[in-house]
Structures are given as C-alpha cells and as structure tokens.
Design a protein around this ligand. Sequence first.
Ligand SMILES: *Cc1c(COP(=O)(O)O)cnc(C)c1O
Length: 442
Amino acid sequence: MTDPRRQLPSIDALLAGPGVAALLAEHPRALVVKAARAAVDAARLSGGGAPSEGWDEAVRVAVRRLAEPSLAPVINATGVVLHTNLGRAPLARAAIAAMTRVASGYAALEYDLGRGTRGSRHAHCRDLLVELTHAADALVVNNAAGALLLALSALVRGGEAVVSRGELVEIGGSFRIPDIMARSGARLVEVGTTNRTHPQDYDRALTPDSKILLKVHRSNFQVTGFTADVAVVELAEMAHARGLACIYDLGSGLLLNLSEWGLSGEPTVPEAVAAGADLVVFSGDKLLGGPQAGILVGTEQAIAACRADPIARAVRADKLTLAALEATLALYRDHATARREIPILRMLTEDLDEVKRRATAILQGVGAKGELIEGDSEVGGGSFPGAKLRTWLVGLPEERLAERLRSFDPPIIARVAGSRVLFDARTIFPEQVETLIAALRG
Ligand SMILES: *Cc1c(COP(=O)(O)O)cnc(C)c1O
C-alpha cells in the first residue's frame, strides 16, 4: 500500500487550482501561500491524503483563520466588570473620539502651541489630575507597575524603603512588590507580620539609609481577624517627622465615592492625597475607567524627581493613551456625567431592575430551556475585594455551549458553573443583547 502522505499536492499545484486562484484575487499572495502550506501540513499530520472538505475549502478556511486579527472584541458575559484578561475598562465614547482624533494625523504631543516651541507630553493630563485629586502635581506613564518602578527609582534608589509584611502583595500578571523594588534599585526593609504591623515596627527599622515609608493597598485580597495596620495618614505623618517621604500604591484609582451603590472600603484618590502621601500611584484602566496608564499624583518635589528619572522615558505614555485619559478625566468634572458615560461606572452603579430587564430580554429571546437566576457580579481587576454586587443571570444547560460561544463572531465569554452556563446581564451591553440571542439560538 502506498502511504497517502506521498500523494500530497505541491504548493504550486494547490495555488493553480481554480478555488485557490479566486482567493489570490482577494488576499495577498504571501498569505494564501502560507494558508496552502498550513493545509498541506495539517493533512500530513493527520496521516491522511486530501482533506474531506476538499483542498480549496481547506485553504479557504486557513486563509480566513490567518487573516483574522488575534486581538478582537469579545462579549463579556462573565459579570466581572474589570476583567483583566478581557482588557479591563471599556472606554467612554468621548475617550474613543479623542483617540480617533489624534490617531489619524499629527498632534501637539510635545509642542507648545502658544510659544511655537517644544513642549512636554507630561503637560496634557496634568492640570485635570491636579483639579480632580487636589494634589500639587501629576505625571502619567504607561501603567501603574511602571509608575511604581519609577517612583521607587526616583525617590529611593540606593536607599531603603520600609514596608509592612502584610502589604508585600502580588497583583495579577507577575507583579510582585519585592521584585519591582529590587529592579528599582531600592532595598526592601520588611516590618511587622502578615496580619499585624504597628507604628513602632516602622520606627525600629529606620536606618540612615531609609528613604521612604511605603503603603501598598491590599487591592485583591482581604485580611480579617486579629489584624492591625498603620493608616496612610499616620504613616505619612511619621515619615515627614523623620525627614522621609511616603509613597502610597493605591492600585485602582477610584475618583468617586461609590458607597451609595454598596461599594465601600476602597479609598478614593482625593482621600489618599488628603491623607498626606507624597506620591500616590494608581492605574488608569481600573476603577478610573480609562485607558491603560499609570498615574502618579503628589507633591511638586516628588513629581519633579519622577519626571527627571530616566525610567520616566522608558515607561512614557503614548499619544493615544494621553488623549483617551484626558477625555475620560474631563468627564469627572460632573459626577453624574462620569457615572453615565464611563462604562465601568455605569455597570457598577446600574439599577438592579435594569440588569434584570436585560436578563429577561435575553431569556425571552432564547426560549424555554433557560432560567433566570439571582446571583452576584464581581468588580474584578483587584478592586473592592470581597464586594458583592447583586445581579441577574441567565442559566442554560452547558452541553458544550461555552465552547461553541467562544468560537462565535464576536466570541462570547460566559461563566460555567457545573452543568450550566451563566450569562451575567450586568456586563452585557444593551446593544449586545440581540447578538447574544442570535448566538444562543444558532
Ligand atoms: C493593579 C495594581 C497595580 C498594577 O497596576 P497596572 O496598571 O496593572 O500596572 C499596582 N499596585 C496595586 C496595589 C494594584 O492594585
């Protein structure tokens, strides 16, 4: 018997076929060649000869797969509002418009239009951040991990940073405080214990090399029971009394108080600034609801040191980020506008009846096999750990449904709980309901 693999066509022969020739009219030749190779390789690997669907179709499917961008929008039906794996914060319309405006041409990124001379990219969001947080100065970089690296390099390099053992945290994506510290050139001095740290623990650890007292917000876990820690207001006071600075890694960048909506315990940025920290570090794409960015606000002296540090250049923000962040920040001048226009805030503060109406519409769209279930959404993204947001879910029998929905266009990501797939209406946008129903019917 001859091995069927010996009868596989050559790439040239495949390209000459009528179906593949039609593909060449629509796609770059290099892509079609790559697809033809992939089809032949797949046939060889499967140990067979011609694919059952025929060569033309096999190449067409491979072309479609290779032409698709890998970074594509999805529908988030998980109910995790700040889903790091799904890109954290969806942007407000004003932010998208601002990005589009500066993306398509030149922009006054580092150009002073008044003077007609070179300007600074650091000028763009500065005034708004100062206005909204009441800090003396502000600086925007690529992300909060980069912002902390920069802050430690600028204020501590060669010296010591004192931090509680209860705050040596790991945030998702391999961000660990001790590792960042080591890379910044700061020496870490751990004080206290996992559950309890007292003011005298910091005091006892001080040496002539001490530069800062660092406070890290426990943004993705809770410590309960027999616990004690030193509030940032006290830590800042201690630092200043001893000629040191205080850095506060706040994480999520909440600008509004959301306790009216059942979300409390997460300090706001203005509160952190008012507590007296010299630098407050937070993300642009967590509770602030803007683009990925790392934001530093604080004293003129501390921000000036950050601006002058070479790391600032290495982690600088790009023009699209600055445009989107500036537009997002501007929405905060009116709190009701911010809650309505910033998707993260809209989802977190949405009326439960409204969520239920959307869940009901989805259920009615798919028919009898589903059920309406009361449950909880999650804030996610290392914010409000342990907070529960009541929500309404649509439950459907699993039967490989979750897998099928992941290959839908656009892919739909849902929660799997035992033999059911759950769709949380809180994170499903109103304009996505029809698409979701079509996918579930299909
Ligand atoms: C999320 C977080 C970071 C990292 O922020 P990125 O914007 O993801 O880089 C740092 N510190 C704390 C406390 C956080 O919660």
